[in-house]
Design a binder for this molecule. Structure first.
Ligand code: HAM
Length: 417
């Protein structure tokens, strides 16, 4: 037997309903926010991710699925959606559309991580990216979009953590302060941190090694180093959030694991999923579009981990509804299969979901199967029914029967669903 690759999952027929339920809700919220779906390829040129996410990040330095294609190009399966959407924005001159432009996506993404509950090598994200505005009102709109998306899934007890990591200018001063702090601790830190110290000291803040984490807790806080403009942006967003009624807390420890962020960064976290408690993360990235060849463009976005959201929905007892079949047509004998299939075919064309027996099983077995399919009604077809053109529709929940013509089944069923 060939097994599924480590860190990937099948969505079985019995589970797909949950995904469709969640995706439907999320698409509904996207429409309310005037966001339009964008679909980009599953793979991109490796350079896109190296340039945008940053080569010192865990994602780029350790986790990418990178390979050379048969034409000798370096290709990477997307580890996230922000960089591909930005690439598409620049390549398709989407700035010529009226701005701000709001996009959303539901994608699979790939990261070579150590798999555990809520952490996969192929996972899925619902994300949104908004282009063309530096105003903190857009940050608020984006956070509110994320908040409403989580609420539409029926999720509770999720906290919003907010921070600002400033712009390139104020970050320079901050990185100097960080270097000053970490210099005294380097020999207690891991090899990767020691290596990153000189090149990208900000990454020392999100090392997962417990020793390094403890040291990082005492590091200077970026909020104390913001320039006037970044401070004003952050203060305005906080006051907008205060009046919006979306609860939040400032957490200077939120720096995000990707290099493209500027100013606002945020995460929605839960305590109910153990170590993988970040259900959604996002922020502003005003320098990204320019760094990949576009014009300077204010952008803000987020992505929700679908697997984590679904795990939490299950934990919190969200009702996903159920797949049901409207009618199962029971065939009294195998010779009538063709007639039963004709009836089923008319029902489907009339918009009623229907199925029938095709393997010659007994009527008892067919009733059992109809129950398993959660059929609402069963209709038994025998010689008499075909001759008279009249059938009994049986409601399977309570056994109640009603008579009607074969051609009226669809209308009768529709009246009751
Ligand atoms: P991220 O924090 O890397 O941000 O991922 C967003 C979410 O995807 C996480 O909060 C988590 O729920 C989920 N996730 C990440 N990695 C895994 C994994 N290995 N297994 C399962 N779920 C995972 C981004 O990807 C940014 N592109 C978000 C963004 C959009 N920022 C601005 N726009």
């Amino acid at each position: 037997m060939i097994n599924i690759p480590k860190g990937t999952k099948d969505v079985l027929p019995s589970e797909s309903r949950k995904w469709q339920y969640a995706e439907g809700k999320l698409r509904g919220v996207a429409a309310l926010y005037n966001a339009h779906e964008i679909r980009t390829p599953t793979f991109e040129h490796t350079e896109l991710f190296v340039r945008s996410i940053g080569d010192e990040t865990d994602v780029v330095s350790k986790e990418m699925y990178t390979f050379e294609d048969k034409g000798g190009r370096s290709i990477t399966l997307r580890p996230e959606g922000t960089a591909p959407v930005a690439r598409s924005y620049v390549e398709n001159s989407l700035d010529s559309m009226s701005l701000p432009l709001k996009t959303y996506y539901i994608i699979s993404a790939f990261r070579y991580e150590r798999p555990q509950a809520g952490r996969l090598r192929e996972f899925h994200q619902f994300g949104a990216e908004v282009y063309g505005a530096t105003s903190p009102y857009l940050d608020l709109d984006c956070i509110s979009f994320a908040y409403d998306a989580l609420r539409a899934l029926g999720l509770k007890n999720i906290r919003l953590k907010l921070n600002s990591i400033g712009c390139a200018e104020c970050r320079k001063k901050y990185v100097d302060a960080l270097r000053g702090y970490f210099a005294g601790h380097l020999d207690e830190m891991c090899a990767t941190c020691r290596e990153r110290y000189g090149r990208n000291a900000l990454r020392l803040l999100d090392c997962k090694n417990p020793e390094c984490k403890k040291i990082a807790e005492g590091a200077p806080v970026i909020l104390d180093y913001l320039c006037d403009d970044c401070r004003a942006h952050h203060d305005k967003l906080c006051s907008l959030l205060d009046s919006s009624g979306i609860p939040y807390e400032i957490d200077p420890g939120i720096v995000r694991g990707l290099d493209y962020y500027t100013r606002t960064v945020f995460e929605f976290v839960t305590e109910e999923l153990g170590a993988q408690g970040t259900v959604l993360g996002g922020g502003r990235y005003d320098d990204l579009v320019e760094s990949i060849g576009g014009k300077p463009t204010g952008c803000v976005g987020f992505a929700m981990g679908m697997e984590r959201a679904l795990m939490l929905m299950e934990k919190q007892g969200v009702d996903f509804g159920e797949d049901r079949l409207d009618v199962f047509v029971i065939s009294q004998s195998p010779e009538l299969a063709g007639d039963c299939m004709a009836i089923v075919s008319d029902l489907r064309r009339a918009g009623v979901s229907a199925d029938t027996e095709m393997t010659g099983r007994s009527m008892k077995a067919q009733f059992k199967y109809a129950d398993k399919q959660r059929a609402r009604f069963a209709v038994v077809i025998g010689g008499n029914e075909l001759e008279s053109g009249r059938v009994k529709i049986k409601r399977l929940s309570d056994g109640k029967e009603e008579e009607c013509g074969i051609s009226e089944i669809a209308a009768r069923v529709k009246e009751t669903i």
